[in-house]
Write a protein that binds this ligand. Structure first.
Ligand code: NAP
Ligand code: GDD
Length: 330
């Protein structure tokens, strides 16, 4: 196919939270964006419906090496962002082998496809603070030793090291962004921030009377996904590939998240939240807090959205969405 001089980016996981924000961001920069989507019996393009006309969607799956070789050979991207994964920690305990196949080996399949088709492609791997797990240092930096606590964390650690390995073995421009938790109104409903914002909106509108949660003591460094995708792009514009922690440098307990979310709508969380052991994990990550200094100094990235603004944004969006749906159904 004839190629223009426009920069092309391939995003795996474009139907997910980060994929949709990154696609918007790259389109805004004038990129041609190719989104890899896997086959499903029901179309799940809600997060990209508003930009679908501006995207090229290509069929592929991280479980299928040939499909990725095909997508890269046909579309010849300059940059590949690997955001696809089985990304829910709780599910990784129930489906550890699938999680390893997609989230760990999937990275090797994609790197191999790049190495074979076009080793000049710049590659971004979505690594995770979950790799720090039972943390051995506070705050965590690019040099903190890893200690993953879930099959997901172990799989991400493999993905991280295979990225480093392909950089060192084949001189690929392979970069690993070690991103701490980042959230948004587009977050999946199973993750705690969205579960809380959606639950609060339902209770406020009289559709639910309680919210069942697991460990309220866990602490996370939560940022806004819209801010974090910019860091991914900035990493691929450097002269050299590397590893970068992306975080806010603040940590908050789940209990605090709950307090801020309920008080946004004038409710007392203690009257509605019930602790349910069903949501506890076999091994927990108690405390995450990242030091984003290297990202700040080397790529000039800083988080723009505070924890309170993020929680308010999510509660407001869920309230609005649920109220609109209520009006439509009348
Ligand atoms: P997400 O909303 O769960 O999206 C995951 C994406 O991966 C979806 O588009 C999903 O497609 C796709 N996918 C799953 N299995 C696949 C397969 N076998 N082949 C191809 N695509 C597949 O995740 P996210 O929050 O946007 O996170 C993006 C990436 O960053 C993930 O790798 C995640 O592990 C990592 N990460 C996230 C955070 C965070 O706080 N959000 C922090 C650190 C790292 P379907 O829509 O078809 O299911
Ligand atoms: N999901 C969920 N549901 N978590 C709960 C609940 C609940 O009802 N109650 C308490 N939690 C606690 C979990 O035990 C965990 O300590 C914390 O809330 C955050 O859970 P999640 O929102 O599911 O996120 P995560 O930290 O396990 O994983 C996310 O962040 C990683 C980066 O550190 C995911 O996005 C991963 O893909 C990502 O890599």
């Amino acid at each position: 196919m004839a190629m223009s001089s426009t920069k092309r980016a391939l995003i795996t996981g474009i139907t997910g939270q980060d994929g949709s924000y990154l696609a918007e961001f790259l389109l805004g920069l004038g990129y041609e964006v190719i989104g890899m989507v896997r086959r499903s019996s029901t179309v799940n393009f809600e997060r990209i419906a508003h930009i679908q006309d501006e995207l090229t969607l290509a069929s592929g799956d991280l479980l299928d090496e040939g499909s990725m070789i095909g997508v890269i050979a046909e579309h010849r991207p300059h940059e590949v962002y690997n955001l696809a994964a089985q990304s829910f920690v709780q599910t990784s305990f129930g489906q550890p082998v699938l999680t390893g196949d997609v989230t760990a080996l999937g990275v090797t399949r994609l790197l191999e496809a790049i190495r074979v088709v076009d080793p000049d492609i710049r590659f971004y791997q979505a690594s995770s603070s979950e790799m720090f797990g039972k943390v051995v240092e506070v705050p965590q930096t690019e040099l903190t030793p890893f200690y993953p606590r879930s099959p997901y964390g172990v799989a991400k650690l493999y993905g991280h090291w295979i990225t480093v390995n392909y950089r060192e073995s084949y001189d690929l421009f392979a970069t690993s962004g070690i991103l701490f938790n980042h959230e948004s109104p587009r977050r999946g409903l199973e993750f705690v921030t969205r579960k809380v914002s959606h639950g609060v909106a339902q209770i406020k509108l009289g559709r639910a009377t309680e919210l069942r949660l697991g460990n309220l003591d866990a602490q996370r460094d939560w940022g806004f996904a819209g801010d974090y995708v910019e860091a991914m792009w900035k990493m691929l514009q450097l002269d050299e590939p590397g590893d970068f922690v992306v975080s806010t440098g603040e940590t908050h307990a789940v209990r605090e998240l709950v307090e801020v979310a309920f008080s946004r709508v004038g409710l007392d969380w203690e009257q509605y939240v019930k602790v349910d052991e069903k949501f506890y994990r076999p091994a927990e990550v108690d405390l995450l807090i990242g030091n984003p200094e290297r990202a700040r100094s080397v790529i000039g990235w800083e988080p723009k959205t505070s924890f309170t603004d993020l929680v308010h944004m999510m509660v407001d969006a869920d309230l609005e969405q649920l109220s609109r749906a209520e009006h439509r159904s009348r």
